[in-house]
Design a protein around this ligand. Structure first.
Ligand SMILES: Nc1ncnc2c1ncn2[C@@H]1O[C@H](COP(=O)(O)OP(=O)(O)OP(=O)(O)O)[C@@H](O)[C@H]1O
Ligand SMILES: [Mg+2]
Length: 226
């Protein structure tokens, strides 16, 4: 968290994709601030630019114009190595399809981001156990993802995204494959963890019932924030 409590500051972002001989303007001057501990829902119709904005926010892609500040760092001047290091340390990702490693146990999936960061073994164990307990997955720690329900898998993905205590968590349609009761539990868990760990969370969702569980709801339409 930086001293102002603002974890994400996106200003006047523009993004254009080449499509065949033409182009698509996916974002046309979008700005967004997210505070530490705040969970923001990003809604809007298909093609409105939600995933594009998440990818820019999560340092997966770069804008054509505009500036980004993540966890107090101006990121647009950074080279690829510095950008990767910042993403690895500061950003956790949760996807619709869970993206768990199928040959690794629940425990190993959650531990993996800490291995990438070079966290010492004792600290890794403490962090992983804390997250497994907090997400209700202790009893499943030695299972493979295949042997879990959709909701359980998504909780593993949440534990994995939060284990390194990232400043920012990006979630693209995290509840799309879940029934509505499970989906609400998942959003509630994400909101609680965001508050507890002072993480800024940006979640793209089609589902109004999900967005109503977030601290703030923003709407994109045709590449513009309404
Ligand atoms: N890699 C790409 N190449 C070309 N065009 C793209 C690419 N990714 C997105 N677009 C275009 O940019 C616009 C915004 O797409 P984006 O995926 O951000 O929308 P979205 O709001 O996430 O939609 P959905 O709700 O369907 O996931 C769309 O017109 C889309 O066709
Ligand atoms: Mg999308």
């Amino acid at each position: 968290m930086n001293p102002t409590g603002t974890t994400v500051r996106l200003t006047d972002l523009h993004k254009r994709y080449r499509v065949g001989d033409g182009y698509a303007d996916a974002l046309k001057g979008v700005s967004l601030d997210v505070a530490a501990g705040e969970i923001v829902a990003l809604t809007g119709p298909s093609g409105s630019g939600k995933s594009t904005l998440l990818n820019l926010c999560g340092l997966i892609d770069a804008p054509d114009r505009g500036t980004r500040e993540i966890a107090g760092t101006a990121v647009d001047q950074l080279d690829e190595i510095a950008l990767t290091a910042l993403r690895r340390e500061k950003v956790g990702f949760i996807f619709q399809g869970f993206n768990l490693v199928p040959v690794m146990t629940v425990y190993d999936n959650v531990e993996y981001p800490l291995l990438l960061l070079g966290t010492p073994a004792v600290e890794r164990k403490t962090q992983v156990m804390a997250l497994l307990q907090r997400t209700g997955l202790e009893a499943f720690s030695q299972r493979l993802p295949d042997a879990l329900s959709g909701g359980q898998r998504q909780r593993v993905a949440i534990a994995r995204a939060l284990v390194k205590s990232p400043a920012l968590v990006i979630a693209d349609e995290p509840t799309a494959n879940l029934d509505s009761t499970t989906a609400q539990q998942i959003v509630d868990l994400l909101r609680e963890l965001a508050h507890e760990r002072a993480a800024a969370v940006v979640v793209a969702t089609h589902d109004e019932r999900m967005s109503s569980h977030c601290d703030r709801v923003l709407r994109l339409a045709d590449g513009v924030m309404l």
